[in-house]
Design a protein. Structure first.
Length: 318
């Protein structure tokens, strides 16, 4: 019998989903791709394959999980299996350069950004950017990896040539204009099945690592959640309605992405700049509890509906 396969490399980010799959009574199997074999001579099983591979897998000792996942997804797609967030989505997950190019092609504004390989080139890129304040970030990132704010070239030079410099896993550092938010916040829009679910206001006043997962409470010291502040870091925005949502939905459809969190920041003039797409999206339980809507529950129901389609097609063809 066909079932749901959850492709991932991080149990802490997956058990929230499997709990919801259990609640829905859906058959599933976790496919952990820390390492493995892909037999290209065999046919894959029938079912729904949901890819939750993360760009930050290397920080958990799974350096080549994305490459292995790409092989698995290519194999599945070649055999016409139903893949949620397939190879096209994985490409966006693993490269912010690809994200920005795809967003700009869709008419969605992004911050001015340069990509550089090499320490001297990072400094040269910042000079070329010619902005009073700018940030660096890793091209293949997740969890805000490599994000640093600078107000001068001299400060960047000290960082790049000092012991605190973080070498990106793919060697590419992005230098990006710093967009000032009047209230020190960003907005994260969540989508399941390519459709908008809700938007979250995220307080950025204490730093840039904005992972909403509950695991951040333990693992990421710079990702404080909820009760550590007077006001929650993550707050779902009631009745959120912006024209950017329809643009995002069209973007996801045209780029083969079904499940994602997309982040934007609004400057002092009210302009929206989109700067991150998370195809391995997580949700904050405290914010959801207050709002009464749950991302993983919506995702489990969506995967269940896709499994029904697969089974229905199998009956027709049998």
């Amino acid at each position: 019998m066909s079932k749901i396969y959850v492709i991932h490399e991080n149990n802490e980010w997956t058990n929230h989903l499997t709990k919801r799959l259990d609640e829905e009574g859906l058959p599933y199997e976790e496919w952990f791709l820390g390492q493995g074999i892909v037999d290209l001579n065999e046919k894959p099983p029938e079912g729904v394959f949901y890819n939750r591979m993360s760009a930050s897998s290397h920080t958990r000792g799974n350096r080549y999980s994305p490459e292995l996942t790409d092989s698995v997804l290519t194999w599945l797609e070649q055999h016409n299996r139903l893949v949620i967030n397939g190879t096209d989505a994985l490409k966006l997950e693993l490269s912010k350069v690809k994200q920005y190019m795809a967003l700009e092609a869709a008419g969605i504004k992004t911050p001015k950004t340069l990509a550089a390989v090499g320490k001297e080139q990072i400094i040269e890129a910042a000079k070329k950017l010619n902005k009073p304040s700018f940030i660096t970030k890793h091209n293949r990132a997740g969890k805000g990896l490599g994000v640093q704010l600078f107000h001068s070239i001299e400060a960047l030079e000290q960082y790049v040539n000092g012991p605190e410099f973080e070498e990106p896993v793919d060697g590419t550092t992005l230098i990006q204009e710093y967009i000032t938010s009047p209230d020190s916040s960003i907005t994260r829009c969540e989508f399941v099945g390519g459709k908008f679910v809700y938007a979250v206001r995220v307080d950025t006043s204490e730093g840039f690592e904005l992972c909403p997962a509950d695991a951040c409470r333990i693992d990421d010291l710079f990702c404080p959640v909820g009760e550590q502040q007077e006001q929650p870091k993550f707050q779902i925005i009631a009745d959120f309605s912006e024209g950017i949502i329809s643009q995002y939905e069209n973007f996801l459809k045209n780029n083969g992405v079904k499940v994602a969190g997309i982040e934007f920041i609004r400057n002092e003039e009210g302009e929206i700049f989109t700067y991150d797409i998370n195809t391995n999206t997580n949700y904050n339980s405290e914010a959801e509890e207050k709002y009464g809507k749950f991302g993983m529950q919506e995702l489990a129901k969506y995967l269940g509906s896709q499994l029904e389609k697969v089974r229905g097609k199998a009956k027709v063809n049998s």
